[in-house]
Structures are given as C-alpha cells and as structure tokens.
Design a protein around this ligand. Structure first.
Ligand code: FES
Length: 67
C-alpha cells in the first residue's frame, strides 16, 4: 500500500505549477559557501523566473509556469 502522508522530520512537497516546498529544519549551502538555516517552511523556485534564487518569489504566477 502506498504511503500518502509524509512522515519524516523534513518533508518536500512539489506544488503544482509552483515552488518546491521544504518543510522542516534545513541548512542551505549557497553557491558562495554561505550557510543559511531555515526552521519552518522554505519555498524553492522550480520555474527559473525568481529574482531571489534559490527561493521562490512568486514570479511563477507572472510567467504562468506549468510543471
Ligand atoms: S517557482 Fe515561484 S518563482 Fe519560480
């Protein structure tokens, strides 16, 4: 039987036509080596249009991202 509810400490949800939502405590290592801690929910851009990558800034709505 397929599990329908995530049950780990950190869960990832793919929002249809929107960002990748990471729920839980995570450490992000940026391209410049900087480490950023996130404690709750973090939205990562999947559409490529964000001006605040790697995070979603809502631009997926403007470009009508499908995916
Ligand atoms: S997914 Fe939201 S700006 Fe790219």
């Amino acid at each position: 039987m397929e599990e329908t509810k995530p049950n780990s400490d950190c869960n990832v949800i793919v929002n249809p036509n929107g960002p990748l939502m990471v729920i839980g405590r995570i450490d992000i290592k940026h391209a410049d080596g900087r480490i950023e801690n996130k404690e709750k929910t973090t939205a990562f851009c999947r559409c490529g249009a964000s001006a605040n990558k790697p995070f979603c800034d809502g631009s997926h709505r403007k470009i009508e991202f499908i995916g």
